[in-house]
Design a protein around this ligand. Structure first.
Ligand code: FAD
Length: 307
């Protein structure tokens, strides 16, 4: 039994009631979830969905791209934190391999596995936090690579009580800029990688990570880029040009290092965050006529629509 909250297990799934989500998001923002659960596989997910029928479902990987409401959250939050495992599941004619990764594996661990096994392709993503499932659901990208380009297929579980598992091909995952059309919980991903020299792989990873450290506030509490880059523009530059670097609502501040990162400087709330988003969006529109769209995923209950 964990102190301070009700806790139980539904055959393999750790379940908590009234769990504060702030501890599960990189922004350190989020109220208490009615039910927070960590299923280990599709079977335990199915049991959970049966028990929590009627509650809206929020899917969570590493929580590094999420803004969730401050107050009580009437939802079943499904975390992939306990879905683990990485293995080579097939070879390629060019000497590369297909790896199979469970959704909850941190991207960082997947990159370490690639390095160990001389597998090349994911190096541009070095330094992106979060899980492989979240990266695939959102088609995470950096330095010209979007992860969807390397994904062969994914196992996706629909969120009905039957929790049917389907293998979905790359084409049917419908990858687009910072998004996919995966419907349901991705439990496993297959990624196709080339054979590479570990020294070269490491060099590239270090180079990309160093560049990221120089340009983004990686150590601060953020959810990465708040807005998508509009076609032909950098959202960060537009925000900077509109004079918002250092702008603040409550404890949420527009980073002085990279204006598309909003930082929680202490006791920031989702309400502060969305107010600052509104100010920035209006200011950018007034100055440049460009309308910014959120990149972060928001679950704000009745007041604001999620995305
Ligand atoms: C410092 C910092 C730097 C960042 N840099 C980058 C960057 O360079 N490029 C980039 O693209 N992003 C970046 N991000 C954003 C974020 O790290 C990525 O989008 C990451 O891939 C999100 O993964 P996650 O597991 O944390 O997803 P979460 O934040 O937990 O979830 C994000 C979305 O994916 C859904 N989701 C999560 N897991 C699953 C699953 N298994 N099945 C179905 N849906 C799921 C959630 O419901 C939610 O809608 C950065 C974030 C931070 C904090």
């Amino acid at each position: 039994m964990k102190a301070g909250r009700l806790y139980k297990e539904i055959k393999g799934a750790e379940v908590m009631f009234g769990e504060p989500l702030a501890g599960h998001t990189s922004l350190n923002i989020g109220g208490r979830a009615e039910i927070f659960a960590r299923p280990v596989d599709a079977e335990s997910l199915s049991r959970l969905l049966g028990c929590a029928a009627g509650l809206p479902v929020i899917l969570m990987g590493g929580g590094t791209n999420l803004l969730v409401a401050d107050g009580d959250i009437k939802a079943l939050v499904i975390s992939t934190g306990d879905m683990r495992g990485i293995e080579i599941c097939g070879g390629r004619e060019d000497g590369g391999a297909i790896i199979s990764v469970a959704a909850g594996e941190p991207l960082k661990k997947v990159l370490a596995f690639c390095l160990q096994n001389g597998l090349s392709g994911l190096e541009p993503l070095a330094g992106i936090p979060g899980s492989i499932g979240g990266a695939v659901a959102g088609n995470a990208g950096a330095h010209g690579l979007q992860i969807g380009a390397l994904v062969r297929s994914a196992l996706v579980v629909d969120l009905s009580a039957s929790a049917t598992v389907k293998k979905v091909s790359n084409e049917d995952l419908g990858f687009r800029y910072r998004g996919s059309s995966a419907r349901g919980l991705i439990t496993n991903v297959e990624i196709a990688l080339k054979k590479g020299e570990p020294q070269e792989i490491k060099k590239l990873m270090v180079k990309n990570f160093d560049l990221k450290k120089k340009t983004q506030p990686l150590a601060a509490r953020s959810a990465g880029c708040v807005f998508k880059n509009p076609e032909g523009f950098s959202a960060g530059r537009l925000i900077d040009a509109a004079g918002f670097k250092g702008a603040r609502v409550g404890d949420i501040e527009v980073s002085r290092m990279h204006a598309n990162f909003f930082i929680n400087k202490g006791k920031g709330t989702a309400a502060d965050f969305t107010e600052l988003m509104g100010k920035v969006r209006d200011g950018v529109f007034k100055r440049s006529g460009v309308s910014l769209e959120p990149e972060i995923r928001m679950y704000l209950g009745d007041k604001n629509a999620g995305n």
